[in-house]
Design a protein around this ligand. Structure first.
Ligand SMILES: CC(C)(COP(=O)(O)OP(=O)(O)OC[C@H]1O[C@@H](n2cnc3c(N)ncnc32)[C@H](O)[C@@H]1OP(=O)(O)O)[C@@H](O)C(=O)NCCC(=O)NCCS
Length: 173
């Protein structure tokens, strides 16, 4: 059963197994920057980073320029981290064009099993609980897997801006 779990050091081993499986691929919705992958292997540094991920959900937290409060979740299947989801609580002008409310990724070896569909559905419930009646999801025009996932959860294409397809998805609120 797919669950969305708040980032926790308890899942560190599983998290790094997933990160390694992505190789050089960007992990959407993880907030993990390529340049930080090395230093975060230190458990103490990782613990601080995990706390920071969780902190960013607070609407009163001070964030770097251009960032909005966000809920990060790890997609877990039977105690194994297999993906990531980020729910941005609000849109700023940049996210309204590219980025949207939701970012997500599934580890390559776990794709095409419905993991993203289940995870995005759970993220839509989180958005609904936060009072959002619809969320914006954007994806590259050639990202068939993401476009299909968005359509599976009820997304409707609004338009294409700055080379990104923009879909609105009702949350069920
Ligand atoms: C996009 C992504 C999250 C999809 O994850 P997933 O767990 O494989 O998705 P699902 O198994 O839930 O599949 C959802 C739908 O997409 C379809 N799909 C998935 N991968 C596909 C592919 N490579 N080509 C065509 N269709 C694909 C599935 O068949 C399914 O549609 P269906 O139910 O009509 O058959 C995954 O491919 C990924 O992590 N990609 C890289 C990161 C990314 O692009 N994130 C989104 C940023 S906008």
């Amino acid at each position: 059963m797919i669950e969305l779990v708040r980032p926790t050091v308890d899942l560190a081993d599983s998290w790094w197994t997933m990160v390694d499986a992505f190789g050089a691929e960007v992990i959407h919705g993880s907030s993990l920057r390529a340049e930080d992958r090395g230093r975060l292997r230190d458990p103490a540094v990782f613990a601080v980073w995990v706390d920071w991920l969780v902190e960013q959900a607070r609407d009163d937290v001070e964030l770097p320029e251009g960032r909005v409060p966000s809920s990060y979740r790890w997609v877990v299947d039977a105690d194994r981290v297999v993906g990531t989801v980020a729910l941005r609580h609000a849109l700023n002008p940049a996210l309204l064009v590219v980025g949207g409310h939701l970012g997500y990724a599934v580890e390559p070896g776990f794709r095409r099993r419905g993991v993203a569909t289940a995870a995005v559905r759970l993220a839509l419930s989180m958005a609904s609980a936060r009072g959002l009646d619809r969320v914006l999801i954007t994806c590259d025009p050639d990202n068939v897997a993401s476009a299909r996932t968005i359509e599976r959860v009820g997304g409707r294409l609004e338009d294409e801006r700055a080379g990104s397809c923009r879909y609105w998805v009702p949350t069920g609120l």
